[in-house]
Design a protein around this ligand. Structure first.
Ligand SMILES: [Mg+2]
Length: 313
C-alpha cells in the first residue's frame, strides 16, 4: 500500500524523469567530461546496480509511474473528445523487456549487457522470451478498450534476420515482421493489422533513427490520427515531434544515440537530474497543456547521429 505522500513523491519523480529527457536539446554534449584524476565508474559495479534496480522492483515501479501519468493524460484527453485518437509504442524495453537477454537465464545464454545480433534475434524472434512490461501492457489494453488505435514504431528492421541457438549453434532465418506481430499478440498487445506496425526500412541507412521514427508518426497523422501520446525508452523514440505528449520509461542497460554526442548520465527515469534545458520547437513536450496539444503536432526531425546497435530501438 502506498500512502499519499509516497505516491506524490513517486509521481514527482516520474514527472522529472520524463521532463528532463524530453525537454533536452539535441546536439548538446550533456555528459560531464572526465575530470582529471577521476576514475570512471566500475563496469561490474554498474551491472550489479542495474540488476539490483531490476530485482528490487524499483525499475518496474518507475515504469509504472510513467505509465500512470500517460494513462491519466490519455483519459483526460478522451474525456474532452479526440477525433481518431492514437497512441504510439516503441517495442523493445517499452512494450517488451529485453532484460533477461541482457543478463541471461538459467537455461538461455545472455549477452552480458552486450549485444550480439544473432543471439538477440534468437531471444526476440525464435524463443520469444521477452516478457511484456506489465504497466505498459495495461496502458495499451486500456487504449484499445477505449477505441484508441495503438501503433508500434520500432527500430526492428523490415527484413529477415539470422537467429542463433546458443546451445546447438543452429541458425535459423526468421522474418522479423511475422515474428514480431505473433509475439506482440501472444503477449497481450494487439496489433490490429500490418499498418499498425512500423518497421525500419532495410534501406534506411541514416545514422540516427529519429528521422524514421518521427516520419512514421507523421505518416500516422497523415491518415487523420491524432497521436495523443508516444511512449518509448530512448530519446530517439521521442524526438522529432508528431505526438501531443511524449513519455520516457527508464532503461539503464544501453543507449541508442540520437545525435552522436554523449547524453545525460543515468537511467531515463533518474529523478536526480539537475540539468535544465529549454524545449526545442517541434519537439513533443511533456508540459504542453491539453488545449494547445494539437498545435504542437508539426515537428520534424532535426537531429542526426549514430545508432550503435541497430537490432533494438
Ligand atoms: Mg526501445
Amino acid at each position: 500500500m502506498i500512502d499519499n505522500g509516497r505516491r506524490n513523491l513517486l509521481r514527482g519523480a516520474a514527472t522529472l524523469a520524463v521532463a528532463a529527457p524530453v525537454l533536452a536539446t539535441g546536439g548538446v554534449a550533456l555528459a560531464d567530461p572526465p575530470r582529471k584524476g577521476r576514475e570512471p565508474e566500475n563496469l561490474t559495479d554498474l551491472q550489479t546496480e542495474i540488476k539490483t534496480y531490476k530485482s528490487s522492483g524499483a525499475w518496474d515501479t518507475q515504469i509504472a509511474a510513467v505509465a500512470d501519468e500517460a494513462l491519466t493524460y490519455l483519459k483526460h484527453r478522451l474525456r474532452h473528445g479526440v477525433r481518431k485518437p492514437a497512441v504510439v509504442f516503441d517495442i523493445d524495453d517499452t512494450a517488451l523487456s529485453t532484460y533477461d537477454e541482457e543478463t541471461g537465464t538459467s537455461t538461455i545464454t545472455g549477452s552480458g549487457f552486450g549485444y550480439y545480433g544473432p543471439l538477440w534475434n534468437y531471444w526476440a524472434y525464435e524463443v520469444k522470451e521477452f516478457p511484456a512490461i506489465a504497466a505498459n501492457l495495461e496502458l495499451a489494453k486500456y487504449a484499445l478498450g477505449a477505441g484508441v488505435d495503438v501503433f508500434y514504431v520500432t527500430g526492428r528492421r523490415e527484413s529477415t534476420a539470422t537467429s542463433l541457438n546458443p546451445s546447438t549453434f543452429a541458425t535459423t532465418k526468421v522474418t522479423i515482421r511475422t515474428e514480431t506481430i505473433a509475439d506482440l499478440n501472444a503477449k497481450g498487445y494487439t496489433v490490429a493489422d500490418d499498418a499498425h506496425l512500423y518497421l525500419r526500412p532495410t534501406g534506411d541507412t541514416n545514422a540516427s533513427v529519429v528521422p524514421y521514427k518521427s516520419g512514421a508518426r507523421a505518416s500516422i497523422e497523415a491518415k487523420g490520427y491524432d497521436i495523443v501520446l508516444n511512449i518509448g525508452d530512448q530519446r530517439s523514440d521521442l524526438d522529432g515531434g508528431h505526438a501531443d505528449r511524449a513519455f520516457k520509461v527508464p532503461n539503464p542497460m544501453y543507449k541508442i544515440s540520437w545525435s552522436g554526442v554523449a547524453e545525460a548520465p543515468g537511467p531515463g527515469a533518474s529523478a536526480t537530474s539537475s540539468r535544465t534545458t529549454s524545449a526545442k520547437p517541434g519537439t513533443s513536450g511533456w508540459s504542453v497543456p491539453c488545449a494547445q496539444a494539437s498545435a504542437t503536432r508539426s515537428g520534424s526531425a532535426s537531429v542526426s547521429g549514430t545508432q550503435a546497435r541497430s537490432g533494438r530501438a
